[in-house]
Design a protein around this ligand. Structure first.
Ligand SMILES: Cc1cc2nc3c(=O)[nH]c(=O)nc-3n(C[C@H](O)[C@H](O)[C@H](O)COP(=O)(O)OP(=O)(O)OC[C@H]3O[C@@H](n4cnc5c(N)ncnc54)[C@H](O)[C@@H]3O)c2cc1C
Length: 556
C-alpha cells in the first residue's frame, strides 16, 4: 500500500526501512515476499509517477536542482579554490536510482575480493556475491534493437528486475572511441564487457534502461509489489530520530517520524519488532545516526546531542570520484550542440577505466590505491557535445566533444557532520575533493591521456583543438590549476558508515551490516562501502542490498 498519512500506520511492524531509495527498494521487495511478514518503508520524498524527466533517460541530467533532488551543497572545497559544489541525491521513491545517469557497473573481481579482505568476510568476495548480482538485473535489447552480439558477455549477467541495456542511439563518437582503443591497445585496450570481472579498458556503456525508459529501484523493485497488503510505504515523511526500546543490551528499533519539510508537524514513534534498517543514503544515514546520539561522543556533546553510543566512524571516510570536463572543439556540425544549446542534455555511449602507467611516480610515492590489477585509477566518458558539468556554461556557438575524466581510486577523504540539531536542516558535507596529492597527480595524468587519445588517427579531421582554458593548460602546473577551477564530483559519494571486521574498533557496521554494539539496527546503502568502488556505484548498491536481504532473512 502506498500511504500518505501516518495515521494509517500500525503501531509496529516486523521490519521498518528508512528510505525507499536504491537499497531500500530492494529490501522492501525482498523482506515483504512472505505475506506473513509486515514491512513499513518511510520515504522523505514523493512518488516519481508522471515526472517525465525521471522516465526519459535523455532528460536525466535535467533532474539535479529540481523538487526530486535533496538539493544539498558541499562546504567550500579547499582543493577547488573554495568553490561550493551542488551535491545531488534523489528525494523520491527509488532515491538516487531515480535521478542518476544510469551507467551500470558491477565492480571488478578485485574490488569485491578487496572488500572481503578488508571486512575479513569471504561472503563479500567476487565469487560469493555473484548470486546476489545475478538477482539484481538482466540484459534487455537496446532502444534501436541492434544486434548486440560481441558487445557484452551474456554469462556475466543474471535475471533480476533491473533492466540493463547497451546504447540505443548511436553517436559519431562511438566507433572512433572503439577503433582508437583497438589501435592503441595497452592501457587503452578494448574490453567487451566491463561487468565480466575486469573493470578495465574501453567498452560500450551498459545502462539501467529498458524499453527506452529508466529502470530504477522504484520501477524494478518497489512498484511491482505495492499491492502487497503486508507492505506499507509512507511517502513525504522523514525519520527524525532512532530511539532505544531497551538500554541493556542497547536495542535501537524505534523510529520517530514527521512530515517532510514541516518541522512543527506531529511526531509518531513506530517500532520494528525484528529490525530497523536505515537505507537513507550516504548523506542522510550518518545525519540520522548523529541526530540520534550515535557517533563520535565528544563531537555530539559539542553539537548539543546526548550520546547514546560512541561510534567515532559515523560520518567519516566520505569518498567521491573527482571529475574533470575536458572540452575540445570539433569540425562536425552533427553534435548535439545545436539542438540542445540551452539545455544541459547529453548521452554517453562509451566508457573506459584505465590504470596509471606502471612507471608513474604516484604509485611509487603512495602505493597502489586501487583494489588490484583488474581495477582502474582513472576513467574516461565521451559526450557528443558540450556537457555542462562544472562551472562553465555551454558556449553560445560552436560544436564540441566533452571527454570527461575522473579519478576512480581517490585517496582524499571527507566527512559529514551536523550543522544543527534539527533533522530538517541539511548537514555539512565535505567531500574534500582534490585534497590528496595522489588525486591531483592522477587528474593530471588523465588529462594528458585524454589529449593523447583524441590525437590518435581516428580523430583526424574531427577534433580541432582543446577549448577554452584547456588550450592553455600545457604544463602539469597549469593542468592542476584547470582541474581546481573546473572539477566537480560524479555524485558517487560512499563510505560514511563503513563496514569493518567483526571485532575491529573502527568502522560503523560489521560485515553483516549490523551497527556495532547495538541490537536490531542495520544499515544498508552506499554508506557501508568500506572503500569507493573504481566504477559507478549503483549496481554495487543493489548487490549489497540483495545480500543484505538474504542476511536478514537467514538471521531469523
Ligand atoms: C546525479 C547522479 C548521477 C549518478 N549517476 C550514476 C550512474 O550513472 N551510475 C551509477 O552507478 N551511479 C550513479 N550515481 C550514484 C548512485 O545513484 C548512488 O550511489 C546510489 O543510487 C545510492 O543508493 P543508496 O541506496 O545508498 O541511496 P539513495 O538511492 O539516495 O536512497 C536514499 C533514500 O532515502 C531517503 N531518505 C533520506 N533521508 C531520509 C529520512 N531521514 N527519512 C526518510 N527517507 C529518507 C531519500 O529520499 C532516498 O530516497 C549517481 C547519483 C546521482 C545523484
Amino acid at each position: 500500500r502506498l500511504l500518505q498519512d501516518a495515521s494509517q500506520l500500525r503501531a509496529q511492524y516486523d521490519y521498518i526501512i528508512v528510505g525507499a531509495g536504491t537499497a531500500g527498494s530492494v529490501l522492501s521487495n525482498r523482506l515483504s515476499a512472505d505475506p506473513k511478514t509486515s514491512v513499513l518503508v518511510i520515504e522523505a520524498g514523493g512518488s516519481p509517477d508522471a515526472i517525465q524527466a525521471i522516465a526519459v533517460p535523455f532528460l536525466g541530467v535535467t533532474l539535479p536542482g529540481t523538487a526530486v533532488d535533496w538539493n544539498f551543497t558541499s562546504t567550500p572545497q579547499e582543493g577547488l579554490n573554495n568553490r561550493i559544489l551542488r551535491y545531488t541525491r534523489g528525494y523520491v521513491l527509488g532515491g538516487s536510482s531515480s535521478v542518476n545517469l544510469m551507467a551500470w557497473n558491477r565492480g571488478s573481481d578485485d574490488m569485491w575480493d578487496h572488500w572481503a579482505r578488508i571486512t575479513q568476510d569471504a561472503g563479500w568476495s567476487w565469487k560469493a556475491v555473484e548470486e546476489y548480482y545475478f538477482k539484481t538485473s538482466r540484459i534487455v535489447p537496446p532502444a534501436d534493437g541492434h544486434d548486440t552480439t560481441g558487445q557484452f558477455v551474456p554469462s556475466a549477467h543474471g535475471n533480476g528486475p533491473v533492466e540493463v541495456s547497451l546504447p540505443g542511439f548511436p553517436t559519431q563518437l562511438d566507433n572512433r572511441v572503439i577503433k582508437t582503443s583497438k589501435q592503441l591497445g595497452g592501457r587503452f585496450h578494448h574490453n567487451i564487457d566491463l561487468n565480466a570481472g575486469k573493470a578495465l579498458g574501453f567498452s560500450w556503456v551498459q545502462s539501467s534502461i529498458g524499453q527506452s525508459k529508466r529502470s530504477s529501484g522504484a520501477t524494478a523493485y518497489l512498484e511491482p509489489v505495492l499491492n502487497r497488503t503486508n507492505l506499507d510505504v509512507l511517502t513525504n515523511t522523514i525519520a527524525t530520530r532512532i530511539l532505544p526500546s531497551k538500554k541493556s543490551p542497547l536495542t535501537l528499533n524505534i523510529v520517530e517520524i514527521a512530515t517532510s519539510g514541516q518541522p512543527s508537524s506531529a511526531r509518531h514513534n513506530i517500532t520494528a519488532t525484528r529490525e530497523l534498517i536505515v537505507s537513507a543514503g550516504v548523506i542522510n544515514t550518518p545525519q540520522l545516526l548523529l541526530l540520534s546520539g550515535i557517533g563520535p561522543s565528544s563531537a555530539l556533546r559539542t553539537a548539543g546531542i546526548t550520546p547514546i553510543l560512541d561510534l567515532p566512524g559515523v560520518g567519516q571516510n566520505l569518498t567521491d570520484h573527482p571529475f574533470i570536463p575536458n572540452y575540445f572543439t570539433v569540425s562536425s556540425n552533427a553534435t548535439f550542440d545545436d539542438v540542445l544549446r540551452n539545455e544541459t542534455i547529453f548521452t554517453a555511449n562509451t566508457q573506459a577505466f584505465m590504470r596509471l602507467p606502471k612507471s608513474s611516480p604516484l604509485l611509487k610515492r603512495f602505493g597502489d590505491p586501487s583494489s588490484g590489477p583488474g581495477s582502474g585509477h582513472t576513467e574516461f566518458g565521451f559526450m557528443d557535445g558540450f556537457a555542462a558539468f562544472g562551472p562553465l556554461p555551454p558556449p553560445v556557438t560552436g560544436h564540441f566533444l566533452t571527454l570527461a575524466t575522473a579519478v576512480v581510486s581517490p585517496l582524499s577523504r571527507g566527512n559529514i557532520s551536523l550543522n544543527s540539531t534539527s533533522p530538517f536542516d541539511k548537514p555539512l558535507i565535505d567531500p574534500a575533493v582534490l585534497t590528496h596529492e595522489f588525486d591531483v597527480g592522477a587528474t593530471v595524468q588523465s588529462m594528458k591521456d585524454a589529449q593523447n587519445f583524441v590525437s590518435a588517427p581516428a580523430w583526424d579531421g574531427f577534433v580541432v583543438a582543446p577549448f577554452g582554458d584547456l588550450a592553455q593548460a600545457t604544463t602539469d602546473e597549469l593542468k592542476v590549476a584547470y582541474a581546481r577551477k573546473y572539477a566537480t564530483t560524479v555524485n558517487h559519494p560512499v563510505g560514511t558508515a563503513a563496514m569493518s571486521p567483526k571485532k575491529a574498533n573502527w568502522g560503523v557496521v560489521d560485515p553483516d551490516l549490523k551497527v556495532k554494539g547495538v541490537e536490531k539496527l542495520r544499515i544498508v546503502d552506499a554508506s557501508i562501502f568500506p572503500v569507493i568502488p573504481e566504477v559507478h556505484p549503483q549496481a554495487v548498491v543493489y548487490t549489497v542490498a540483495e545480500r543484505a536481504a538474504d542476511l536478514i532473512l537467514r538471521s531469523l
